[in-house]
Design a protein around this ligand. Sequence first.
Ligand SMILES: [Zn+2]
Length: 203
Amino acid sequence: MRKGWPGAALAAALVTSVLSPPAAGAAARHHTYRFPIAHCAVSYAHYHHDYPATDIIVAKGCSFVAPIAGTVDEVSRHDHWHAGTDRGAARGGRSVSIVGTDGVRYYGAHLSHVADGIRPGVHVKRGQLLGRTGESGNASGPHLHFGISWPTRDGIWWVRRGEVWPWRYLDAWRQHTDKSPVRAVRRALHDAGRRVPRCHVDC
Ligand SMILES: [Zn+2]
């Protein structure tokens, strides 16, 4: 940094404020994660058919929100699913995935609506509205299919739909406790052996 540069003092002050711990009592407890449904009653089983994910039973029109700050990954604004073909890529109906600041991908599917302004590359805050719950795609009733995975290139829906069991994290976030899936996702990626493994089930 150039000495005497007019912005130097400001820049130094910014660095100080970013790197310094907050003064004691200055802020309430800080959370990185939150439960991905806001303002609605939910229930979910510690179970999912065939591969790791969680189906969160919730009324239609409830808020699907970002469980962590991050960047929008893939967005499907339209429901292209047909029972006759049941294409894997279309099963989620309207959906949004984000890649969190923790490097983990979070996916919510069967939405009735994707929120305005939610498109790939957009930065989202923790708790920001991503869409409204519904039953688009291959869903027998309103629920949020929630998947946790590692990021891939676009279109790898069999990874995006879920690679680690989410309920340990959902249980914690529901109790307003931070719990990170980073290590579990890293382990799952290691076990898969590659970022884009073959689809093995429900392909
Ligand atoms: Zn599901």
